[in-house]
Design a protein around this ligand. Structure first.
Ligand SMILES: CC(C)C[C@H](N)C(=O)N[C@H](CCOc1cc(O)cc2c1C(=O)N[C@@H]2C)C(=O)O
Ligand SMILES: [Mg+2]
Length: 331
């Protein structure tokens, strides 16, 4: 371990196999591809993890390079506050921001929530995601998860009324939220929303493509609609108020926990419900997101539940209950 007084940065790509596979409207995944940043100083190491998303033009290699390019600035004294202007929002800044918070917490002897003056997170019920498939395959996967209180159902366009009806038959007690990942159109929007409302779905995430979602402001929404791909950080919130009832905050979009917490405050002030979400990732990505859970109506932090193996000192999951991180993991 280095004992340098000057912060030293290391970063690498790490891959974690998914148990089986995971499918959404954009395709199937068999592994979580993460990029980890480590900042070492005075014998302490702060870590942060991110997941680059090709949907936003990110790749693991470019994200790794963007993190590594900050080495000289960090060695020259770049603070976490200055980082917010020095890098654009996105995965690379997320890994660095979370690594710096972890390092600050370790150096101060405080837990991250005390360091940042936020409420102490408690255990929360996370959504559990059901992959996109045929109505029969989704009903079978839902039946295996029917004991879970909150299920997030991936939808994909054609045939979604049949999918959601089959899922509801397989889990009569669970609260259902759905995520179309931009797969609906103005032509099928109202019929699909009605099919979801008919079986008691609580919330629909990102039905229309980002930038082509203005129809949401013109219809009477029969259930809550949540922005995901349409919303990134505080700057994108206000124009969405007429279209959406809720926003999915992900640290890989905001560019870290610092902006995620500011965004949560701004979203609440505008009257949005909050979902704290994640990509397919390890507990090192979920741990900082736990600080947003006290403000969240929906917690969607099931990434590690879909992996064949998590990191050492991973978050404790007791079925769908997720607990705050131990300091041995983060913060
Ligand atoms: C483990 C769950 C999938 C996490 C969460 N419940 C969830 O639904 N998140 C999705 C994000 C989907 O993640 C994707 C989609 C994709 O097309 C490609 C990838 C990923 C990902 O995590 N890694 C690769 C890049 C959501 O809310 O939309
Ligand atoms: Mg989503």
């Amino acid at each position: 371990m280095t004992s340098s007084k000057v912060p030293v940065l290391a970063a690498r790509i790490e891959r974690f196999p998914i148990a089986g596979s995971f499918t959404i409207s954009r395709g199937a995944k068999t592994e979580a591809v993460t990029v980890v940043a480590e900042v070492s100083q005075n014998g302490l190491i702060g870590r942060g993890e991110c997941v680059p998303y090709p949907r936003y033009g990110e790749t693991p290699e470019a994200t790794l390079a963007a993190i590594q390019a900050m080495q000289a600035a960090l060695a020259g004294g770049l603070t976490r506050q200055a980082l917010q202007a020095a890098m654009p929002p996105g995965a690379a800044r997320n890994a660095l921001d979370c690594a710096l918070i972890d390092l600050e917490a370790r150096a101060s002897g405080l837990r991250a929530w005390n360091l940042l003056d936020r409420p102490v997170p408690g255990e929360r019920t996370t959504a559990y995601t059901i992959s996109l498939g045929t109505p029969g395959a989704m009903a079978a996967a839902t039946a295996r998860a029917a004991h879970r209180p909150l299920l997030k159902i991936k939808l994909g366009g054609d045939g979604d009324p049949e999918r959601i009806a089959a899922v509801r038959k397989a889990a009569s007690e669970s609260e259902l939220i759905v995520d179309a990942n931009e797969a609906w159109t103005e032509a099928n929007l109202e019929a699909n929303l009605a099919a979801c409302a008919a079986v008691g779905v609580t919330l629909v995430e990102q039905p229309l493509p980002a930038g082509k979602d203005d129809a949401l402001a013109r219809i009477k929404r029969p259930l809550a609609v949540c922005a995901d791909e349409s919303v990134h950080d505080r700057n994108s919130l206000a124009p969405l108020r007429a279209r959406y009832d809720a926003v999915n905050i992900k640290l890989d979009k905001t560019g870290g926990l610092t902006e995620a917490l500011a965004m949560a405050d701004a979203a609440q002030a505008l009257g949005f419900e909050i979902m704290i979400g994640c990509m397919v990732a390890t507990s090192l990505s979920m741990a900082p997101a736990m600080l947003v859970t006290p403000q969240a109506r929906f917690v969607d932090l099931d990434g590690p539940l879909l992996l064949a193996r998590d990191r050492d000192h991973g978050l404790r999951y007791d079925e769908s209950l997720v607990y705050p991180p131990d300091a041995s993991l983060w913060g």
